[in-house]
Design a protein. Structure first.
Length: 421
């Protein structure tokens, strides 16, 4: 019997799952790791934390399943997008990775826009220059950390660092690379024009593949520490949301999913390149060859609820531990008791600035209308409703683009909340 192994490199942790070829889960393991915030609005992680989590979850899954490593037909990797990983000539990490939710590159994004032109950039990359995307991070390091930049021999995206550790190959694929601001999204390749104008040498970028292409094979070194078989194929994989689209069947026009994880995402399939001229939502290459996706991203959807849990829900956390349930389950039950509208309390979920649809890295979260009548659970309900209102804003933009949706599927951690559904 043959099996498939999936590794998902998330912002809060890495999850590895072993599946049958029919898609039935056999074994899984998850390991969490921290996010570093050196300054307000900054977000970083150590790439080696990702590799250790991937290595150890793979090892756990292999032991738990008891299968022979030769029975694994192939490995796919998905993960958080946009992050900047920088390696020296020996493949050593030069600095912590700058993440998708980092907002430090406002000036660099202005520079990109002025250098290339806003409309020309959208024509090529289907997206404006955004602080979350990779190109601005590259320019920021080049400007503010020249000693690091001078040593940089290879740039890659988060999941592709795990690929490198598994295979020794520098490679990426089109769905993830779409979020770099460096890809020609229509032609599914690095843009010579953008790279030339930004003075970025193509040689430091990984080789481009489609998501289903074989990109490399598990090395002997990786096999020894994971329990995998040397020579097992590793395919391109996909950015986290492009992978979720495949898993939820979003592979034809008219279908979309809404995912509430750390971020909030609406992801719609398109058989053609469909671009918002204002750049309020993103057009990316799909994990399906010859197809594209239209995606909105709000930066602090599930993150807003996690922030509220960590700061205001200590009683629910203690009760959940005593009853062996998820604290989010108890929070959901309490929020459900509050009337729709949270007693006229409104929350704006802009803890990390905002991407879709307002494109403002300087926006910040707000409770509006707070008065003496409100309690913790009114605020909790307002947080959950504020996240939903932000998704509605994004759906309205997709409507303007004539993305006519007949079916929307809920996924991500927030999809398990009856109230959010």
């Amino acid at each position: 019997m043959k099996y498939l192994l999936g590794i998902d490199l998330g912002t809060s942790g890495t999850k590895t799952v072993l599946f049958t070829q029919e898609g039935k889960p056999v074994a899984s393991a998850t390991i969490e790791y921290p996010m570093i915030q050196p300054q307000n609005g900054w977000a970083e992680q150590h790439p080696d934390d990702w590799w250790k989590a991937a290595r150890d979850t793979v090892s756990q899954v292999m032991k738990e399943s008891g299968i022979n490593s030769e029975e694994i037909a192939g490995i796919g990797i998905s993960g958080q997008m946009h992050g900047l990983v920088m390696l020296d000539i020996n493949g050593k990490v030069l600095r912590p990775a700058i993440l998708w939710c980092d907002g430090r590159t406002t000036e660099e994004c202005k520079e990109i826009t002025e250098t290339i032109g806003k409309q020309r950039l959208i024509e090529i990359n289907a997206n404006p220059a955004l602080p979350g995307f990779t190109a601005g991070k590259i320019l920021w390091v080049r400007k503010h950390e020249p000693e690091i930049w001078a040593q940089c021999a290879q740039i890659m995206l988060p999941k592709d660092y795990v690929r490198y550790k598994l295979t020794g190959v520098y490679a990426t694929e089109v769905s993830d690379a779409s979020g770099t601001n460096l890809l020609d999204v229509t032609n599914r390749c690095w843009s010579h024009e953008i790279l030339e104008k930004l003075n970025i040498d193509k040689s430091i970028l990984p080789k481009m593949y489609e998501s289903c292409d074989v990109t490399g094979y598990v090395t002997e070194e990786a096999a020894n520490v994971t329990g995998l078989n040397k020579g097992t194929i590793v395919v391109g994989g996909a950015g986290d949301n492009a992978a979720a689209a495949i898993g939820t069947g979003i592979v034809k026009s008219g279908r979309a999913f809404i995912s509430i994880g750390t971020s909030g995402v609406i992801f719609a399939h398109s058989d053609k390149v469909t671009i918002d001229p204002a750049g309020r939502v993103h057009t990316f290459c799909a994990a399906v060859p010859g197809a594209w996706t239209v995606m909105s991203c709000t930066l602090a959807a599930g993150l807003s609820l996690k922030w509220y849990r960590d700061n205001f829900c200590e009683p629910e956390i203690r009760k959940a531990e005593a009853e062996n349930v998820d604290p989010y389950y108890l929070m959901d039950k309490e929020a459900e008791k509050i009337p729709i509208g949270a007693n006229r309390l409104i929350y704006l979920p802009y803890l990390m600035g905002e991407r879709s649809p307002i494109l403002d890295e300087n926006s910040r979260g707000v409770f509006f209308g707070l008065s003496a009548i409100h309690g913790r659970y009114d605020m909790l309900r307002a947080v959950m409703e504020g996240v939903v209102y932000s998704q509605l804003n994004c759906l309205e933009v997709l409507g303007e683009m004539k993305c006519h949706l007949q079916e929307i599927i809920a996924t991500g951690g927030g999809g398990s909340s009856p109230l959010w559904r």
